[in-house]
Design a binder for this molecule. Sequence first.
Ligand code: TRP
Length: 334
Amino acid sequence: MENERKKRILSGIQPSGSFTLGNYIGAVRNWAKLQNEFESLYMVADLHALTVRQVPAELRARSREAAAMILAAGIDPKESILFLQSHVPAHTQLSWILCCNAQFGELSRMTQFKDKSAKHPDNVNGGLFTYPALMAADILVYNADLVPVGQDQTQHLELARTVANRFNNLYSLTFTLPEGYITKEGAKIMSLTDPSRKMSKSDPNPNSFILMNDDRDTIIRKCKRAVTDSDGAVRFDMAEKPGISNLMCIYNVFTKKSMEEIAQEFAGQGYSEFKLAVGETVADALSPIHSEYTRILADKTYIDEILRDGAEKASRLANRMLSKVYRKVGLYQL
Ligand code: TRP
């Protein structure tokens, strides 16, 4: 019976403003594909967002927007459990226990901690430091088998495994050791203006990213302006032609055409034809998601209902794990 259980998958995304095309291709789009195959939990990591300063009203709005975007991207609340991190208190409760089992040295070595500390030297807070323990709790509280994460989060996932393993050795087998789940295609979409960097909404240059909310003309304009090279041939070569290769990756995701097919399609044509085709393809693909997003976002009652239901289901699973952990570490329970 046990081996017939569907594997469980958990992932999260921070509600930091509108999603980019990179977030969609690299994360949320895959969530929608995975939900049939796995028992899926998807979460808006609103507590993680607090590790950098937020405008309260904006954080609130963005959390709901993030949920609406996840739904618009095809997450079916009948298939997946969708919830906000702060709605399931067991995450923070478990994170304390995990904090007590994560070493100062381990947390100090996290690249993201070092990067963010350097970026916000005026706010190197305790939450930024213990961020990976909360993330470990997000995962371990559900005994998730698989965790779809971007490259930048693999070190945190590794720490979650280390802490889980340490706990299991100290207190007897409790946690499943989670595996990363990296999808091959379009895993990492790069900036349109500097293809050596990841597409990121925190980039000060808005031409470097496409937002899920950008209108058709904006999407096409940004693609037309994308940085390329002077070689003139549409050919996939990450090292020599990172800009063109990035656009080819994006085009590949939405057309399913292979790199060779794309190269053939645009053989003998200039970059401008290719860029226009990429822009139009992206705009066409995002347009239904955008209308769906607008429709869902306008229906607060609907979103709240899904989030309430998600929080309830998730809490039921998480609380069971939490009480097991509390018992194992010796907390006196009534
Ligand atoms: N830290 C992740 C990010 O910023 C978001 C996240 C929070 C997450 N908890 C998680 C991802 C648990 C996977 C699993 O991208």
